[in-house]
Write a protein that binds this ligand. Structure first.
Ligand SMILES: Cc1cc2nc3c(=O)[nH]c(=O)nc-3n(C[C@H](O)[C@H](O)[C@H](O)COP(=O)(O)OP(=O)(O)OC[C@H]3O[C@@H](n4cnc5c(N)ncnc54)[C@H](O)[C@@H]3O)c2cc1C
Length: 518
């Protein structure tokens, strides 16, 4: 019996069965045997519309559902199961949560109630190198149960209609809207938001069975019994490359114990390990990582998942009147599995953008695609993803990734909080990246020579293109901002496009981070 079988079968619920179910999905993705569903069809007729927005999927869908219902739109939300947050906290930074108050979705008191944990500092530590400490980054644990319940009540108060235990099974795109079908329910809407996650059947149809360009595998637990549980690790390594993977660790104090994750970046090659294999390694290495024996721990729950990432992200809408949001939209960087954080970062922009699209009736595919614009600061992170992973047949120095990351993070520490903090929150800015590259090259002039064979020249050239685009976006954003008073005088449709252009420059250059008000 493996450690995984032994420990997971003693936990409440049926985590082992669930792990094997997710593993079967991961295997079919690696082997390219996933069927491509046909859930969306097209017809040219017009329909009588009863809804402004129908949201499919309630986890992150309720965030936009509450915001749009509050603005007076007729919103329905269809959820396959019961709309309830998961037991495990979402980690995020405090200032990011303020958007709920700014959008008047939560009062300060309600926001405080959603915060289950708060800790400091957090460590970044790579095998064989001195650690770096940061404060106030991803150090807040949000309770998804409380957050989703509070937002659900707001949604209902503002006239939103919730359909639970109602799996969406089809959508017909017409000349003026969409008919959404879910069992015996048929809802005719001006706009459909697909919030059904990474494995949304609509996304699978839109991507036509394409294999992801990269995957992040994550396994972990929440457990009691650790002797030290007041600070966290944002990223740590304790081993060299093994099984063609660099293993990374994360640890956070949780409300009912300590959460520890093992994660790794790879491609979807058929020979890549299963989540169950990764879990075996997690249990084997956890004692060394946290200086604890497994017998000391009382495991509360198992946590696991895999996150497919596509270079073509965010996903552009494939049909009129259908917009992916949340994980289905692929809005987070390939380095992050913080899809909640990515949604929070874009919540204000998406709320005002969807509101403007509904007001100006610009709901066709091209107009909606402006809500998921090209973002060079997301695209540059592909190089980092590649430099933190190893090809299935590649031979590199087993300590190369550890050494590279130690050098880069020490350079960022030298440059200070304005450089390191946005990066750790998934926001890449041109000046911070430029300074980091300069500082790293100063301390290690040969670093590029080591990376090129690992990531390959095409990846590097592709990265250069996005790096230049990042510089251009950063340079153009002040111009777009200065034009804002003029944009406000435009009629609704051109204004919709101009505002989306300005936001693309702002978010694509990381200027949404911090106090920028533009
Ligand atoms: C182990 C782990 C740890 C994580 N930690 C963090 C973290 O610390 N911070 C962070 O920011 N993020 C974290 N995340 C990511 C975060 O949980 C996801 O980004 C978030 O749950 C995505 O929400 P979503 O609504 O887009 O998709 P999902 O969570 O996949 O939810 C999809 C929703 O759609 C519903 N649905 C699916 N199909 C249908 C259908 N046919 N009809 C109707 N409804 C349907 C589902 O029931 C579900 O409610 C973590 C994820 C994992 C796995």
């Amino acid at each position: 019996m493996t450690l995984t079988t032994q420990i997971l079968s003693q936990m409440p619920g049926t985590p082992l069965d669930e792990l094997r179910r997710v593993d079967a999905l991961w295997q079919s993705l690696r082997e390219g045997t996933q069927p491509v569903p046909t859930v969306v069809q097209e017809r040219r007729d017009a329909i009588d519309l009863a809804w402004d927005v129908v949201i499919c999927g309630g986890t992150l869908g309720i965030l936009l559902g509450a915001a749009l219902a509050q603005r007076g739109w007729r919103v329905a939300l269809l959820e396959r199961g019961v709309l309830r947050g998961r037991d495990q906290e979402w980690n995020i930074s405090r200032q990011e949560l303020q958007v709920f108050v700014e959008l008047a979705l939560l009062s300060e008191a309600e926001l405080a109630q959603t915060i289950a944990t708060s800790f400091n500092p957090s460590r970044i530590a790579f095998r064989g190198s001195p650690p770096v400490q940061v404060r106030d980054v991803l150090n807040i644990g949000v309770d998804p149960v409380v957050l989703l319940e509070t937002l659900k009540q707001k949604f209902l108060t503002h006239g939103g209609q919730l359909f639970e235990n109602t799996p969406v099974d089809g959508a017909i795109v017409h000349a003026n809207g969409v008919t959404v079908t879910a069992g015996q329910h048929t809802l005719k809407t001006r706009l459909m938001l697909d919030a059904m996650g990474h494995f949304s059947p609509i996304v699978q149809q839109a991507r036509q069975g394409k294999k992801p360009d990269a995957v992040c595998l994550v396994v972990g637990t929440c457990a009691e019994g650790f002797s030290h549980n007041t600070s966290g690790d944002l990223i740590a390594t304790i081993t060299p490359i093994q099984k063609q993977c660099q293993y990374f660790w994360e640890a956070f104090p949780a409300r009912d114990g300590r959460t520890t994750y093992l994660f790794t970046y790879l491609d979807a090659h058929p020979d890549r390990p299963s989540l169950e294999t990764l879990f075996d390694d997690y249990f084997r290495l956890l004692p060394d990582y946290q200086q604890v024996s497994l017998e000391q721990l009382q495991f509360k729950r198992a946590l696991f998942g895999f996150f497919p990432c596509y270079r073509q992200s965010p996903l552009k809408p494939r049909w009129d009147y259908i917009l992916p949001i949340g994980d289905s939209s692929g809005s987070q960087s390939p380095l992050s599995f913080g899809g909640f954080g990515a949604m929070i970062r874009h919540l204000s922009r998406l709320t005002s953008g969807i509101h403007a699209a509904l007001e100006s009736d610009t709901l066709k595919r091209d107009a909606l695609s402006r809500l998921h614009p090209y973002q060079p600061n997301l695209s540059v992170t592909w190089l980092f993803q590649r430099s933190m992973s190893v090809g299935i047949n590649q031979t590199i120095n087993p300590n190369q990734i550890n050494e590279l990351l130690a050098i880069v993070f020490q350079a960022m520490e030298t440059l200070g909080d304005p450089v390191i903090k946005p990066f750790l929150q998934d926001v890449v800015q041109f000046s911070a990246l430029f300074q980091t590259l300069a500082q790293t090259t100063l301390t290690q002039p040969t670093i590029a020579l080591k990376i090129v064979p690992q990531v390959g020249l095409p990846t590097l050239i592709d990265w250069l293109f996005h790096y230049i685009a990042l510089a251009a976006y950063a340079a153009l954003y002040p111009l777009a901002r200065s034009l804002e008073p003029w944009m406000k005088t435009l009629p609704p449709v051109p204004r919709y496009y101009c505002d989306r252009w300005r936001e693309a420059l702002k978010y694509g250059s990381g200027r949404d981070y911090g106090k920028d008000e533009g």
